[in-house]
Design a protein around this ligand. Sequence first.
Ligand code: FPP
Length: 245
Amino acid sequence: MAIFKNNITHPEPVVPQHIAIIMDGNGRWAKRRGLPRTAGHKKGANNFRTIADYMNKIGVKYMTFYAFSTENWKRSKEEIEIIMDLFKDYLEEALDRFEETDMRMVFIGDRSVLKPELVALMDKIEAVSKDHKGAVVNMAINYGGRQEITAACKRIAQKVKDGVLDPDEIDEDLISANIFTAGQPDPDLIIRPSGEFRLSNFLIWQSAYSEFWFDNVMWPEFSTKDLDRAIRDYSNRQRRFGGVK
Ligand code: FPP
């Protein structure tokens, strides 16, 4: 029996079915150590491996990582290239080891502007891991929530124009079925380290009833203990989804 804040006890932490993480603070972590920002991204990429494996081990069924937003193109060419190289390294490694893992990889975001060799790797990993029975790992690359909803609107409008959909049939389920996370449960818990308190265009449709956890630790140092703390706090919350309990 664990004791949580407010002296409320909870027998077992409740593991959220879907955890989403904004991997923020790589640049500041590096700057504070007199290192280039890119060193922070390298350490951040390693921490992604640690946290994803841990979440799979403790039974998280879906996880979504915000790796590169539609706004991150505003960064220097050098920084963007290093981040893209880190994706490539990870994907090559994951492809080499795909038989050792039971996780399923899904990429969310607009891949049309990414380098063809990166897109080829993404397609390949999705194909080889599609029957894996472990956690689903959504990696958001060139992802933006507004872009995602805009694309869904266009698809739906096209169906109306083609005469295959009546506007009266447009409902929340139809929109959910036309976004990248179609068929997946919405995130139960969204975590943002680095002391920032905003969503930054991440999962804006899916987060309508998500719980949030903000932490001051920078992403490269966000540990499994920090994650446990977030999950314990989450376990103690009462989710009402607009109803009364
Ligand atoms: C946000 O921190 C981080 C990013 C925009 C890039 C995230 C990329 C990685 C963690 C590497 C990805 C690789 C894999 C394999 C997942 P920031 O740079 O905005 O930090 P700051 O706010 O301190 O400047």
